[in-house]
Design a protein around this ligand. Structure first.
Ligand code: ZN
Length: 206
């Protein structure tokens, strides 16, 4: 199996800092930037920043594979591709902690077992709420579905705009990054791959 960075979470090598230590770290950054963390306007900022981290990076406390543990086998002979399009995605790049936002499209060709559609969206969300590079995020989603459901194939596409492309000297605010990950029939068979790509690209503005 391919080695996908971040697919299996490893515990941090040292004890997790306390919330108070995390808030102190934000105070340090505010002071480093040149402001006074004790002034009234900034008094609650460390608390808010730590809460925002808790929300944005809640994916570290969740297990994507266990979302797919409950499967259904009675799908009345259905054996075609199942596609969930336009899953809204908000993640943060691991290089700048800058947001990247876009849409994920996830498809699989079931081998008897299917899952509730919302579970696929949950898998996207859990991996998105970690520090990511888009390539790894795409692969993590695909491999988790492949390993958990053992379908005949999985296809994932993410199209996203990266804020770090706007903020820095590159200044390319509209640039869209597109990444794909294919397993099984989608990797091996051009016609399946084409079917997925046509389905996610056919609409204007998609
Ligand atoms: Zn970045």
């Amino acid at each position: 199996m391919t080695d996908i960075p971040g697919l299996k979470l490893k515990k941090a090598p040292r004890l997790a800092p306390t919330r108070e230590e995390a808030e102190d770290a934000v105070r340090t950054l505010l002071a480093w930037a040149g402001d006074d963390p004790e002034r009234s306007g900034l008094a609650n900022t460390p608390k808010r920043v730590v809460e925002a981290f808790e929300e944005r990076f809640g994916g570290y406390r969740e297990d994507a594979a266990s979302e797919l543990a409950r499967t259904f086998e009675d799908v009345s002979g259905y054996s075609d591709m199942i596609l969930l399009r336009d899953v809204r995605l908000e993640s943060h790049c691991e290089h700048h902690i800058a947001p990247f936002t876009g849409l994920a499209h996830v498809a699989y060709l079931p081998n008897k077992r299917v899952v509730g559609l919302s579970k696929l969206a949950r898998v996207v969300d859990i991996f998105a709420r970690r520090l990511q590079v888009q390539e790894s995020l795409t692969a993590q989603i695909g491999e988790t579905i492949q390993q958990s459901l053992a379908p005949l194939g999985v296809a994932v596409m993410i199209r996203a705009v990266h804020q770090c492309m706007t903020l820095r000297a590159v200044n390319q605010p509209g640039a869209i990054m597109e990444t794909t990950h294919f397993t099984g029939v989608f990797a091996d068979d051009e016609s399946w791959r084409r079917r997925f790509l046509d389905a996610v690209r056919e609409r204007p503005g998609a």
